[in-house]
Design a protein around this ligand. Structure first.
Ligand code: NAD
Length: 337
């Protein structure tokens, strides 16, 4: 927070539709008088000592500001390219990925009243990147589970539940099959639950969770689901499907020091530069960011305006069945503030 009372936040506009949807966020924040100054940074990777890394200035900016908002980054297809998203997660040790999915009034899906929150371990598990060929035709991929990473994501899940007023934490696992790795995750969950007597704890098998969530998601509305990396990756997109897809879903990547909030959709190269993109997911990610920063009044005000415009359904973008351009939608949100 500077002397002028404003917080500086790093902004990675991203590729494809990234700059267009970032512009909407900037316009709406200006109109809503949010005490935030944006520091735009470029994370185009550079080669340093033979490794692909994020430029130092970008790392310094996020380290200094603690909080960043991020548009989608295109990952080039082909050998040798490390995903920038993964690099960012590793650079800042963003150990928990928080994915809330809440039904949006005015956007009808087969499910009403969805309100799930999923927290995914973000650094290890099946995504440790440890793979090797044993002999020709036989490949081994290692699912790495450590006490340290389990503890911090589980503790975060309990603390998050307490902070947002959810009464239950449920660990999702396959410890029946992966007795040692998921078994460790589960036993640490049980241990940590003892430190949170006000939060009810239970566990559920992943396949069971999938079946039950798509049958009726409402029993999950008072819970925080927490799970290892791969399960969280898949289940969080499944929950996004319940509310109408990735265009409406925000996320937060939480670390010990820095946190990066981002829309979960990609750079949408098919519609980039045409003013057709829906900025809602990035906007809702920025709302999570405001809540994380304790700017709850501003968060509430902007969120209410977004939901009002979506519920009215008059000025919505093409992906939601409307005709509005990105800037027209942003303008409607500003009018609704
Ligand atoms: P995508 O999410 O970019 O697009 C899938 C479909 O959804 C497209 O038809 C697109 O037009 C539409 N769409 C996505 N976001 C939209 C929005 N805000 N408004 C309206 N329509 C929207 O997925 P993809 O095509 O598989 O990936 C494109 C690029 O994005 C790839 O390079 C991929 O690596 C990258 N990507 C980045 C992230 C990230 O930065 N977090 C996530 C996923 C994909």
């Amino acid at each position: 927070k500077g002397n002028d009372g404003k917080y500086t936040v790093s902004l990675i506009e991203g590729d494809g539709i990234g700059p267009e949807i970032s512009q909407s966020v900037k316009d709406i924040y200006k109109a809503a008088n949010v005490p935030i100054k944006w520091h735009s940074i470029d994370v185009t990777p550079v080669i340093k000592d033979g490794r692909t890394v994020i430029p130092d200035e970008a790392i310094e900016s996020i380290t200094r500001n603690y909080v960043a908002l991020k548009g989608p980054l295109a990952t080039p297809i082909g050998k040798g390219h490390v995903s920038l998203n993964l690099t960012l997660r590793r650079t800042f040790n963003l150990f928990a990925n928080v994915r809330p999915c809440k039904s949006i009034q005015g956007y009808k899906t087969p499910y009403d009243n969805v309100d799930t929150v999923l927290i995914r371990e973000n650094t290890e598990g099946e995504y440790s990147g440890i793979e090797h060929v044993v002999v020709d035709g036989v490949v081994q991929s290692i699912k790495l589970i450590t006490r340290q990473a389990c503890e911090r994501v589980l503790r975060y899940a309990f603390q998050y539940a307490r902070d947002v007023g959810r009464t239950k934490v449920r660990a999702v696992h396959k410890a029946t099959i992966m007795k040692m790795s998921d078994g460790l995750f589960l036993s640490i969950a049980r241990e940590i639950s003892k430190d949170y007597p006000d939060i009810e704890f239970d566990a559920e098998l992943l396949d069971n969770t999938c079946l039950k969530v798509v049958t009726d998601p409402t029993p999950y509305n008072d819970k925080v689901l927490v799970m290892p990396n791969l399960y969280g990756d898949i289940l969080s997109d499944m929950c996004a499907g319940l509310i109408g897809g990735l265009g409406l879903t925000p996320s937060g990547n939480i670390g010990d020091e820095c946190s990066i909030f981002e829309a979960v959709h990609g750079s949408a190269p098919d519609i980039a530069g045409k003013g057709l993109a829906n900025p809602t997911a990035l906007l809702l990610s920025s709302i999570m960011m405001l809540q994380h920063m304790g700017l709850n009044e501003h968060a509430e005000k902007i969120q209410t305006a977004i939901f009002k415009v979506l519920a009215e359904g008059k000025t919505i973008t093409g992906d939601l069945g409307g005709k509005a351009k990105t800037a027209e939608y942003a303008e409607a949100v500003i009018k609704a503030l």
